[in-house]
Design a protein around this ligand. Structure first.
Ligand code: CA
Ligand code: CA
Ligand code: CA
Ligand code: CA
Length: 511
């Protein structure tokens, strides 16, 4: 700036001012510029000029539009520039919220609940398409789901037998993970990342990892542009470690496996969530067993950027030992975390974490007894925790639920939401913002078959249960996801051929 001002002064001396009309220094060490009117002064667009007693006085322009949602700066050739801090990537006239804010929240600087989809923005009419079109937090307001009438599709066609991982969706269709024992000479379970269209036709199949050990098929998360999966395998001699990888919506693996743990003792059962700005992976970890004595898993976490870059190191979530099987749900303000707690009987714990993964609050009482399966779901500003109980003799006969608020206070106490069979085993759920849909397996019809039913945030059923499978042989272990065109996909394991295989079926949405 100093040099530039000096050039101006020299130019003025040569051109604008009569010879002998000496310019002098105004600021310490600088020349004064003489003027008749303010327009004579060499102000840039980032300065205001005044001509005071025949001498230029330049004052830097202060750019401030008073709007906290713009970055204010000055360009010498242009003047003040107020650039919005958030983008409207889908061009629907509504901006995305700042990272870490819920859409429309004070300070969010944007109210588009999905800035990658122009079919969703405040003011748009809701249709039965699996999207929250009007951004009121409710997907397909009032719609119901029932069997689509399409036959289930076998996914693990080439495998001798197979286990499902997770199911997720993008605008292009569904994606899933499963691990099959392939009919080759490796004798390994190798997970694959598979894309399906809404009818269950395969769009692509990608190996999750090239490692030569049997690998668990992991959970999936979708950040709006890519899918992430985390899993556990024992490629490193000495124990299971947690790995992470990203995949494009069309099935390309984006970069090599990212190793999250390097720890003594097994690291298992990763859960993954996209919290609107980062991925969070939480797992149970036995690295501290030497110091703690006995089997004492603790919960650890890792934050990752959208590009899969590690953000900081592994975070120990709690000093307590005996915590296992984490399940996560991103709420409006906080991350919900439920897990089992060792004991006789084993119980369930619930807590909420802030964006830095520090514990913000935890439930006062532990729930459940002899918990065998659990899952957590965000429902507006609440969390719904679902679980099953059992013992050595086998699974229990009911599915239980409880509701917490974002301060981890129990809002609806433990409630039985599905019962009546001799055995109930495995469940999945999906929140629609004002209600949630549950798919589970029970033996009401001798074999295990899948059922679907919708519940409100008060855990009261909205409508009757509907049966989804009718084949001989057990149908169990559902995972569900909401796909394009309002189609709800169900990935499950089925024994209709006499062997465990992975199948996919769809539920249709009706307004
Ligand atoms: Ca937008
Ligand atoms: Ca949008
Ligand atoms: Ca809506
Ligand atoms: Ca909709």
């Amino acid at each position: 700036m100093h040099l530039r001002r000096l050039e101006w002064v020299l130019a003025l001396l040569a051109v604008a001012l009569p010879p002998g009309c000496g310019a002098r220094s105004g600021l310490p060490g600088e020349e004064l510029v003489r003027c008749a009117v303010a327009a004579d002064c060499p102000a840039t667009a980032c300065e205001t000029a005044e001509c005071v007693a025949g001498v230029c006085e330049l004052t830097p322009l202060r750019c401030d539009d008073g709007d906290p949602c713009t970055d204010d700066r000055c360009e010498p050739d242009v003047g003040c520039i107020y650039r919005p801090r958030t983008d409207d990537a889908d061009g629907d006239g509504h901006r995305a919220p700042l990272a870490g804010f819920a859409p429309g929240e004070p300070g969010a600087c944007g109210d588009d609940c999905d800035d990658r989809n122009a079919l969703a923005h405040p003011g748009r009419t809701e249709t039965c398409d699996g999207l929250d079109n009007d951004c009121n937090g409710v997907i397909d307001d009032g719609a119901r789901y029932g069997p689509s009438g399409e036959a289930p599709v076998r996914i693990s066609a080439s495998a001798l037998r197979a286990y499902r991982g997770d199911l997720a969706a993008s605008k292009e269709g569904f994606v899933l993970t499963y691990a099959g024992l392939e009919a080759d000479d490796t004798n390994l379970f190798r997970p694959v990342f598979v894309g399906l269209d809404v009818t269950g036709r395969t769009r692509f199949t990608t190996r999750v990892t090239e490692t030569n050990v049997s690998t668990f098929p992991g959970p999936l998360a979708w950040d709006g542009q890519a899918f992430a999966s985390a899993w556990s395998d024992a490629r490193m001699a000495g124990g299971y470690e947690i790995y992470f990888a990203l995949f494009s919506a069309d099935g390309k693996k984006l970069g090599p496996d990212v190793r999250l743990t390097e720890a003594a003792g097994f690291s298992l059962n990763p859960a993954i969530v996209w919290n609107r700005s980062e991925y969070v992976v939480i797992w149970d970890d036995r690295r501290d067993e030497g110091a703690l004595g006995g089997e004492a898993p603790r919960l650890y976490a890792q934050r990752l950027g959208a590009d899969g870059r590690l953000l900081g190191g592994n975070v120990l979530l709690s000093e307590e030992a005996g915590l296992e099987y984490p399940t996560l749900a991103q709420g409006t303000r906080r991350l919900g975390l439920a897990h089992t707690v060792h004991g006789e009987p084993s119980r369930l714990g619930f807590r909420v974490l802030d964006a830095r993964l520090a514990e913000a609050a935890r439930a006062e009482e532990l729930l459940g007894a002899n918990v065998t399966a659990l899952s957590l779901h965000a429902l507006d500003d609440r969390f719904v925790l679902l679980w099953e109980e059992g013992n050595e003799a086998g699974p229990g006969n009911a599915l239980y639920a409880a509701v917490f608020d974002e301060d981890a206070r129990l809002v609806v106490p433990a409630t039985t939401i599905a019962s009546g069979a001799s055995f109930l085993r495995s469940h999945a759920a999906r929140s629609f913002g004002d209600r949630f849909i549950v798919v589970w397996a029970d033996d009401t019809h001798t074999d295990y078959e899948l059922f679907v039913q919708t519940f409100g945030p008060d855990l009261v059923a909205r409508g009757e249960r509907a049966r989804l499978t009718n084949e001989q042989g057990d149908s169990v272990n559902p995972a569900i996801a909401l796909g394009p065109e309002g189609t709800l996909g169900v990935l499950f394991e089925d024994f209709r051929t006499g062997t465990r295989h992975v199948y996919f079926l769809t539920l249709a949405c009706t307004d």
